[in-house]
Design a protein around this ligand. Sequence first.
Ligand code: BTN
Length: 268
Amino acid sequence: MEKERLNAERIQDLCATTWLGKEICYYDSIDSTNAQARRLSEEGAAHGTVIVSDIQTGGKGRRGRTWVSPGGSGIWFSLLLYPDIPVERAHLLTLVAAMAVVKAIREKTALEPRIKWPNDVILSGKKTCGILTEMIPRVDGKNRVIVGIGINTHTRAFDPEIADTATSLVLEGAKEVDRAELLAVVLEQFEKYYDKYGKTLDVSIFREEYESFLVNKDQSVRVEDPGGAYRGIARGINEDGELLVECEQGLVAVNAGEVSVRGIYGYV
Ligand code: BTN
């Protein structure tokens, strides 16, 4: 098991990035890597700092949910970013992160994960990775962003409430997953897309590739809108990263902040 160890030195040695993860803060246990990223940012941590923990005692999911994060079973990490982009476009970093995770899992295993818009990484119709992007607004306008990523790598069994919708790389048949190696590739991929995306301020540069991984493309979906749920066919994303859904009213652009999208027969 020595080879599989997750620690800052191993991740740094394996990681061929230019700026992302030059500072890696590793913990055996922490409440939440997103919460720790926020604290470190207040203490002056640099853009590109990566916070990783083997265990999270208070892992946070989207919509106020808990993210169960036991030791040795996954990669729980956050990227602290000080992007030179308007705050309303920062959510696109979530799509960038989903792409990076999909590419890394495809590179390091024989699995072929896909993306459930906007940011769940899916294997066999179940979620293996979730992403929580949070904003740190600042009076000087130089807003900061925390991209928190949880990848279930070695989990063998999930709590009953999520057992139907959650999976892990090992449960899907991946052999000898090395968390530090996988994390290093995620960071390399993220840095590559971030550098390109920062220049164009839209997702057009990777739209085609993102759509090729989109598990719900051309599928029937149910859009859970606070104003009322409706059905349609997901057709892809626009340059703002919104999901284009063909429904009775025509082509509707769905914004991830307001709604959730499910398959009509289940989670995907
Ligand atoms: C989701 O609900 O799908 C998002 C889950 C995000 C979990 C990750 S684990 C690392 C980081 N720290 C947290 O507290 N949450 C994110």
